[in-house]
Design a protein around this ligand. Structure first.
Ligand code: SAM
Length: 231
């Protein structure tokens, strides 16, 4: 695991660190998530799936599905979900009836235009290159299909932003340390530094084949939701 002051890993080292980290925290991932967000994460995932606005029974791939929360929400909203993740531990801890595939989301075993939609929850900052992920989305989602992608963000409001920063730096590692693995929950807040600024992310998604891409702030900007239609 990386030290608190170590430079964040890049390239293939980042992929190795991320996979190992999620294998380590998988048994208590759901519990820590619920405690850390006070249950807000359930509403964020529900909102992301609503943003898809696809016909019933549409095929939706959940990228970096982890323990399957978004897969369950996709099925609850009438979609046919398939989850993909490269952490064996997270897949073994998953609680979903959706089929799950162990694979790297940057090299998806999916045909061009092979799905109606895709979701991704809190993993944009985990992939080695976000451009590669967005290009893969542009390849696999059929024209007219939709994507909905969640990750953490910084609120615009300065008071909320300061509170959020303290929460991430101090409280998250403490909760993670009590319930799971402290060094992992020190790394995860630091990993938000990988995320490009909001306008840049929207521009990247547009350039990857989603010309109407937009960004929504959830819970005062604690979380961001990127959505778009494949052109
Ligand atoms: C913070 S968890 C999010 C899990 C789930 N989406 C959720 O909403 O709770 C990030 C997940 O991304 C997965 N992940 C990161 N990079 C990946 C990659 N390149 N390919 C597949 N899975 C990846 C990790 O294994 C982990 O399960």
């Amino acid at each position: 695991m990386t030290r608190a002051d170590a430079p964040l890993p890049q390239g293939e080292e980042k992929a190795r660190v991320v996979r190992r980290l999620f294998d380590t925290i998988s048994p208590r991932y759901d519990l820590v998530n619920r405690v850390m967000t006070g249950g807000l994460d359930i509403g964020w995932r529900r909102r992301a799936v609503r943003e898809l606005r696809l016909p019933g029974r549409a095929r939706v791939l959940d990228l970096a599905c982890g323990t399957g929360d978004l897969c369950r929400e996709l099925e609850a909203q009438g979609y046919r979900a398939v989850g993909v993740d490269f952490s064996h531990g997270m897949l073994m801890a998953a609680r979903t009836s959706a089929p799950l595939v162990e694979a790297d989301v940057l090299r998806l075993p999916v045909a061009d235009a092979g799905v109606d939609g895709a979701t991704c929850g809190f993993a944009l900052r985990n992939v080695v290159t976000l451009t590669a992920l967005f290009e893969e989305l542009g390849r696999i989602v059929r024209p007219g299909g939709r994507v909905a992608l969640l990750d953490v963000s910084e609120p615009d409001n300065p008071v909320l932003r300061a509170g959020n920063a303290v929460y991430f730096r101090r409280v998250v590692p403490m909760i993670g340390g009590l319930l799971s693995d402290r060094s992992a929950y020190r790394y995860l807040p630091r990993s938000t530094a990988y995320l490009p600024p909001p306008a840049e992310m929207v521009a990247m998604l547009r350039e990857s084949g989603f010309p109407d891409a937009e960004r929504h702030q959830l819970s005062g900007g604690l979380t961001q939701l990127l959505s778009g239609t494949r052109g």
